[in-house]
Design a protein around this ligand. Structure first.
Ligand code: SF4
Ligand code: SF4
Length: 443
């Protein structure tokens, strides 16, 4: 049992009122399998658990801004009345001066005018899961009959736009859309017209029998899983477009986190890139509290809020150890890495391969992250310096254009057999000269 001094200042919880229940059947969804943890359940948070949850969440906060985050499965399957009750309970238990930020992550397919009016009235931030243009989205995000869902998601987004609801887009990057970074990014920017984007990698581990299990086991991955190289290339390609055209207009969660990391903020704002974690818990439909949304497994069950106060479980030794392990289990390869300050070994759930010298516990995405962090170093440093000097961060786009012009001028003077100025080690004619001629053909 924890002492009162161990109770964290601020608790962030992702609530899953329908557990793993969803109206869709996206083939890479890790959470659909979690239904096996509760074999006889109807997967609906009842009124008693809802009231305990909201009252304890409010009680546990030391500051006056409370985040109430709903996720799934598909939370809209609970129906609007459930969320109306949640708002009423926030009012019932509100402390003087307290404000709430309600967020919901949804596939968007069940939204209608009533939902959108409710979101607008209560200032919800709605996260929509969308994997890119139609053919990329429909590859994996299918309904229970295996049918496409793109049109239904887009209809949900248009309704949110019509009602002026604040929304963002979450893209699960898999081996299919991972090969089309600019197509995905430009579609979200130009067609969906979202200004906030999150990218998360789809990683499915396979055990020694080649099966995906309820628990995180195995050091190989499914063929849907994004490769580490692809992930790095995906982030780099989108970053290069963003830093030249969209700074201050489009917000990509990973890039925002990197600016904070380069500016040496205590937290990047994304738990995966922080030295320790354990501040974001997950609550199941029946009140079971887990260490993290990505560790809804028996070994990471902290207890049930109907028996033990949530704040006590959040401050427990078990939870603190969970968070500290992120730093303490880092392999030497990470501890000596030049980009450790930005990466911190990313999320422990992805640390299942061996380092080049055979130590276990390296992040599966390491190669991609190393390439990405090293690639963005110069431009993110420029961006950070501009912000530190109180200059509008958008000026980084002009700096990039000037640098590009200088590079182009340098390239124009290089002999075909000379080493390429980009530093690749190849002859110019085999490297950028070839790319330029290809580019001219494509133009
Ligand atoms: S385990 Fe991963 S997702 Fe969970 S809190 Fe830690 S870093 Fe974040
Ligand atoms: S880039 Fe790779 S080696 Fe460096 S900290 Fe991240 S996971 Fe570790």
């Amino acid at each position: 049992m924890s002492s009162a001094t161990n109770i964290p200042q601020h608790i962030h919880v992702l609530a899953k009122p329908t557990g793993s229940r969803c109206n869709l059947a996206c083939d890479y969804c890790f959470f659909l399998k979690k239904g096996r943890l509760y074999p006889d359940s109807h997967f609906r948070m009842n009124d008693e658990v809802l009231e305990s949850y909201i009252s304890q969440l409010i009680e546990a906060q030391h500051n006056l801004n409370v985040s109430v985050a709903w996720q799934g499965g598909e939370p809209t399957l609970m129906g609007l009345d459930f969320f109306r009750k949640a708002i009423a309970l926030q009012e019932k238990y509100r402390k003087p001066g307290m404000t709430f930020e309600n967020t919901i992550q949804t596939n968007g397919t069940l939204l209608n005018d009533d939902w959108c009016e409710f979101f607008r009235e209560h200032h919800y931030l709605v996260g929509i899961s969308l994997d890119g243009p139609r053919e990329l989205h429909d590859t994996h995000r299918v309904d229970k009959a295996g049918g496409p869902t793109f049109d239904r998601v887009m209809a949900g987004i248009r309704l949110l736009q019509k009602h002026g609801v604040e929304y963002n887009v979450l893209v699960t990057v898999n081996r299919t859309n991972g090969a089309h970074p600019l197509e995905v990014y430009r579609f979200l920017r130009d067609e969906v017209k979202t200004s906030w984007i999150q990218f998360i990698p789809a990683i499915e581990r396979l055990n020694q029998n080649g099966e995906i299990t309820l628990y995180q086991q195995g050091s190989t991955v499914s063929e849907r899983t994004v490769t580490a190289e692809q992930w790095g290339h995906f982030l780099i390609t989108i970053f290069d477009e963003w830093v030249r055209k969209d700074v201050g207009k489009i917000f990509v969660q990973t890039f925002e986190a990197m600016v904070r990391a380069w500016m040496k903020f205590p937290s990047s704002g994304m738990c995966i890139f922080d030295p320790v974690c354990g501040h974001g818990l997950a609550i199941e439909h029946n009140g079971d509290l887990y260490s993290c949304d990505h560790f809804v497994e028996p070994d990471y069950l902290l207890g049930n809020i109907q028996q033990t106060p949530m704040a006590e479980m959040a401050g427990s030794k078990q939870q603190r150890t969970f968070g500290l392990n992120k730093a303490e289990t880092l392999p030497r390869y990470c501890r000596e890495c030049e980009v450790l300050f930005a990466c911190h070994g990313e999320c422990p759930r992805n640390r299942f391969i061996a380092t080049p010298d055979g130590e276990v516990g390296l992040n599966y995405l390491c190669v991609g992250y190393k390439a990405f962090f090293n690639h963005i170093d110069w431009s993110i440093e420029v961006l950070s310096q501009l912000i530190k000097q109180g200059v509008d961060a958008k000026n980084v786009m002009q700096v990039m254009q000037r640098e590009d012009a200088k590079k182009d001028a340098k390239m124009a003077q290089v002999g075909r057999n000379a080493p390429c100025p980009c530093g690749s080690g190849l002859k110019f004619k085999k490297c950028h000269a070839r790319q330029q001629s290809l580019f001219n053909i494509l133009r």
